[in-house]
Design a protein around this ligand. Sequence first.
Ligand SMILES: NC(=O)c1ccc[n+]([C@@H]2O[C@H](COP(=O)([O-])OP(=O)(O)OC[C@H]3O[C@@H](n4cnc5c(N)ncnc54)[C@H](O)[C@@H]3O)[C@@H](O)[C@H]2O)c1
Length: 354
Amino acid sequence: MTPRIALMGAGLIGREHADLVIAHPTATLAAICDPSPEAEALAARLGVPHWTDYAAMLDAERPDGAIVALPNHLHAPAALACIERGIACLVEKPVADGIAAAARIAEASERTGVPVLVGHHRRHSPDIRAARRTIEAGELGPLVAVNGMTLFDKPDAYFEAEWRRRRGGGVLLINLIHDIDVLRHLVGEIESVRAFTSSARRGFEVEDTASIAIRFVNGVLGTFIISDGAVSPWAWEYTSGQALYHPAQPGPSLFLAGRRASLSVSDLYLWRHAEEGAHWQHPLVREYRGGEISATYVNQLNHFIDVIGRKAEPLISARDGMATLAATLAVERAAHENRTVTLAEMLAAGEVAA
Ligand SMILES: NC(=O)c1ccc[n+]([C@@H]2O[C@H](COP(=O)([O-])OP(=O)(O)OC[C@H]3O[C@@H](n4cnc5c(N)ncnc54)[C@H](O)[C@@H]3O)[C@@H](O)[C@H]2O)c1
């Protein structure tokens, strides 16, 4: 099968998707829909039809799959337009701009059986795949605790856009959502969160830094620190070497501790006792659990092609993406209202039966 994939939205990430589809050995780019002059020029350069109305494009081109790389508020209408036509779609993260809109996508996908894959690309990253395999193999034993960091420095120019200085435009909803998705993928469903935020470094309304405490349904406890105003190598963007716009700085940014052993990610060192019965007064041995060489976004596209061909269930469905969105919004609310917020509360507020 040579799947024909259409692209909706050819902005920053949409252009990356276009390049990936063009470079793929089996997929072809069916068309691009984006009203911007830059997108029109891109379609002409790539020799594919250009559209300004995505519904008209879907009707005329009848692609096998579609990538939704539109602004967040258009994710739900675009995904629903695909589902109505039986077209599998890859919807960029967040799955929608709110829980109710995410629920509409999930419900339509489940009712019709038309698959939706949410673009939480880190799940396709070699380091996250290895961590998941190691946990699933029971090498860490039951997980006890997790601790992670996303600490990097965005340039001042990034904040020239007014919306990035206001509540909702900061590291929690733009960046933490990726970390929350990885934590859910590796550790399990989140039960509740507490959080502190600070805007002390930049002084904008929006937070520049947050510390988060997490209780998982399975009893694991977690902490996470995030800031877009700190110079550090401790962020998946650096440690994985897999991000599109950041240098590789190999090392750890996530620590998973279990009853039998611990694992640091992205460097994938497993620490365990050499002998049964050993404890905190005995030395640990360190073993490497990495080795896979592959590219996250290529892996994601390969998986999407399997989803289009109905050979695989989406690694992250619309309902899964909704839970990641709800947990991220819970952190924002917990910080703002200075209280514990549960995932159940967020889903109920979004008028969703989880
Ligand atoms: N997974 C990732 O690595 C990653 C990275 C960046 C962005 N994203 C997500 O991708 C989405 C797009 O982000 P971006 O940074 O590329 O934004 P962007 O603003 O650069 O691009 C959005 C594009 O959509 C086009 N557009 C707007 N309305 C349209 C419509 N009705 N029909 C067709 N095209 C329309 C715009 O002209 C623009 O070119 C967001 O949801 C964002 O969260 C994901």
